[in-house]
Each structure stands twice: as structure tokens, then as C-alpha cells.
Write a protein that binds this ligand. Structure first.
Ligand SMILES: [Fe+2]
Length: 229
């Protein structure tokens, strides 16, 4: 099914009309549907026909199941880089505090002495296939009540998404902005990363999100985009 067919199936299943981009952009259409499904029924979303169809199509294209990075050297390298980028941004970006997702220019990587070739080889090893850095990376900052992300799929530049947690403020009894994803059976998996740890997943073909926090939690993460080659 292409994006328009998903949309028709969704509208028929729920007898609704959805506003979507004019173009048949599958990623944007899927995200509009997910947003609507989740808003309506967060717990029942994964049991709908439309969601099952979306999952079936995504799983055909998926190149990697979510995998925790266990290679200490890789984690150390990413951690060192995350620290450099954060410091650089805090120092050079006047309105840094207002950003939720910021994609710095790729030139910053050279200033921060990141060996992209090394990173590509290390990520490729985890994926068991060669990968290339897409040129896109983001500093993700969630701060405050109600912040987080609805279930979605990523743009193609995050086909293989390396998500590294820089810091996380957690309070017992409350909802932090923790990452989760859905497997093909519609089960939701919560991944409580601790700072300094990372997960690698197919961002374009895995429905994922972050809990909307119910208190003034703070989470800072860095995401790198790769593509299979
Ligand atoms: Fe995402």
C-alpha cells in the first residue's frame, strides 16, 4: 500500500477525514495517521487494522531490529562527541535553550574532531552491513510537562538511527520522556536508556516515540542518521 491507500484504509476504518500533505509522501501520511490513532486511543492503537497494515509494510523494508550498543569503545567515542557538540552549541547558539530538536551544520563535526569513517565502520558492524552517514544529526532536548513525541517514523536521513542518551532527569512515580517502540505484534517496548548508552534502530521503519512527561523532566539526547549502502 502506498501512503494514499493507508489513508483511505484509515478513514474507512474509523469513518473520519484526515488532513494530510497534498503529496503522497508515505512517511508524512503514516505520521498523520499515527498521530490521529494515538490521540484517539493510545492503548488500543496497536490493535487497529490500519496500524497492523502499516506495521506489515514497514517490516518488509526494515533493515535492523532495535539493538542496544554494547561496544564500549563506540559508546565512549559517541559520548565524547556528544559532549563536544553540546558544549559547542551552548557556547555558540544564543537561543539554544529554546530548541527541541536542533540539526547542527555538518561542518561542526569537523570542528569537533569526529572521525566519521570510524563511526560508519563501527555502526556498520552492529548492523552487519555497510552504512554511510547521511549528513544529518540532531540534538534532542525535552524539557517540561507535556513534552515528548507522539508515535512516528523518521525521515529517510534517519533510516538507521543511532540514539545516544546524554542526560536524563527521572523522578519516581512520574513519567519521564523515555523512548519506546512497537514490534510487529503491536507490543510496545519501553527502553529506559541510562546516560552514556545508545540504541540503534531503523528509524524510518520502526514506529517509535517518547512518553509525554507529566512533570518538569529533562532529557538530552543526540541522534545520528545513517543509510544502508
Ligand atoms: Fe524519531
Amino acid at each position: 500500500m502506498n501512503g494514499s491507500q493507508f489513508l483511505k484504509a484509515y478513514e474507512n476504518e474509523f469513518n473520519v477525514k484526515v488532513r494530510t500533505p497534498a503529496q503522497d509522501n508515505a512517511e508524512q501520511i503514516i505520521n498523520s495517521i499515527l498521530y490521529n490513532l494515538f490521540r484517539k486511543n493510545p492503548d488500543g492503537m496497536a490493535k487497529t487494522r490500519t496500524f497492523t497494515e502499516i506495521q506489515r509494510r514497514l517490516s518488509e523494508q526494515r533493515v535492523l531490529e532495535p539493538t542496544h550498543i554494547t561496544d564500549d569503545q563506540l559508546l565512549k567515542q559517541i559520548g565524547a562527541f556528544a559532549e563536544q557538540v553540546t558544549q559547542h552549541l551552548v557556547a555558540h547558539l544564543e537561543d539554544y535553550q529554546t530548541y527541541e530538536a536542533y540539526s547542527p551544520p555538518v561542518e561542526l563535526l569537523a570542528e569537533c574532531n569526529v572521525d566519521i569513517g570510524w563511526l560508519e565502520r563501527a555502526v556498520g558492524q552492529v548492523c552487519q552491513r555497510p552504512v554511510a552517514f547521511s549528513g544529518d544529526y540532531s540534538l534532542l532536548r525535552y524539557e517540561g510537562e507535556g513534552k515528548g513525541r507522539y508515535p512516528h517514523v523518521d525521515r529517510d536521513v534517519y533510516h538507521i538511527n543511532l540514539l545516544f542518551l546524554i542526560s536524563r532527569e527521572h523522578r519516581e512515580g512520574h513519567t519521564p520522556h523515555d523512548f519506546y517502540y512497537y514490534d510487529d505484534a503491536g507490543e510496545r517496548h519501553e527502553e529506559r536508556l541510562t546516560p552514556g548508552h545508545a540504541i540503534l534502530f531503523d528509524g524510518a521503519n520502526t514506529v517509535h516515540g517518547r512518553w509525554l512527561s507529566d512533570y518538569s523532566a529533562r532529557t538530552l539526547a543526540l541522534s545520528f542518521g545513517f543509510r544502508p549502502i
